[in-house]
Design a protein. Structure first.
Length: 66
């Protein structure tokens, strides 16, 4: 634990997402339903379809908007 949690200062988490933008998410659709199935929070958007004009960046696109 530590004093950051006791004092209330440990409320933020930092990190980085490393995404090359060259993985074919649709080829493995059954393994990635969050990217290949309709997302009701965004009016049924399918992230792999929405990202097609930009390339295979469905993962990072979803991460940016969600």
């Amino acid at each position: 634990m530590g004093t950051k949690y006791i004092g209330g200062h440990g409320t933020l988490i930092g990190g980085a997402i490393i995404e090359g933008g060259n993985f074919d998410w649709e080829a493995h659709a059954s393994r990635f339903p969050l990217l290949t199935q309709p997302d009701e929070a965004y009016h049924g958007a399918i992230w792999t379809e929405a990202a097609k004009p930009l390339g295979p960046i469905a993962c990072i696109l979803r991460a940016r908007v969600k």
